[in-house]
Design a protein around this ligand. Structure first.
Ligand code: HEC
Length: 137
């Protein structure tokens, strides 16, 4: 009888001991990344400062483009570097792509359509295309 009672007690003790150990570890882990994040934050501010964004990049940041387009990965629209890989930077392509930004549409990358941007001027759209076609090159 006595032995049977003892076993669950020992197990319970072990269980708590294990948990206690785990908590300590978690504490140490949460302390560290916080410090590392601070270091990363600081280092990211300075390289961006001496490399100003191009006009097209700024225009895209002010519009809704980044909701659907990222530089490296496909989101809803194709990745900017994939667009740059598909179209050589010729006056015809810049013209065609800036029209597409203004009018929207689908078919070149799949079924999903890009929203039209009737408020963007042709000049601004061309600046954006110049930036897009330079991504990854
Ligand atoms: C609602 C999501 C969405 C937004 C917002 C969006 N796009 Fe797109 N974009 C797409 C999709 C989807 C495609 C692929 C269209 C296709 O298959 O022809 C695309 C394609 C493109 C292409 C390639 C066109 C082609 O025919 O190959 C360019 C250039 C482009 N977008 C630029 C922009 C710019 C600049 C903006 C901001 C002014 C913008 N996009 C905003 C979804 C979006």
């Amino acid at each position: 009888m006595k032995k049977r009672l003892l076993a669950p007690l020992v197990l319970t003790a072990l269980f708590f001991a294990a948990c206690g150990g785990g908590e300590k570890k978690a504490d140490q882990q949460t302390d560290k990344p916080a410090q590392e994040n601070n270091a990363v934050d600081n280092s990211m501010v300075s390289p961006g400062a001496d490399k100003p964004a191009s006009k097209g990049e700024q225009l895209m940041a002010q519009s809704d483009c980044k909701t659907c387009h990222k530089e490296e990965i496909k989101v809803i629209g194709p990745a900017l570097k994939d667009i740059a890989g598909k179209y050589p930077n010729t006056p015809e392509n810049v013209d065609k792509l800036s029209d597409k930004i203004i009018k929207g549409g689908s078919g070149n990358w799949g079924e999903v359509a890009m929203l039209p941007h009737p408020n963007i001027s042709k000049e601004d759209a061309k600046e954006m295309v110049q930036y897009i076609l330079s991504v990854g090159k």
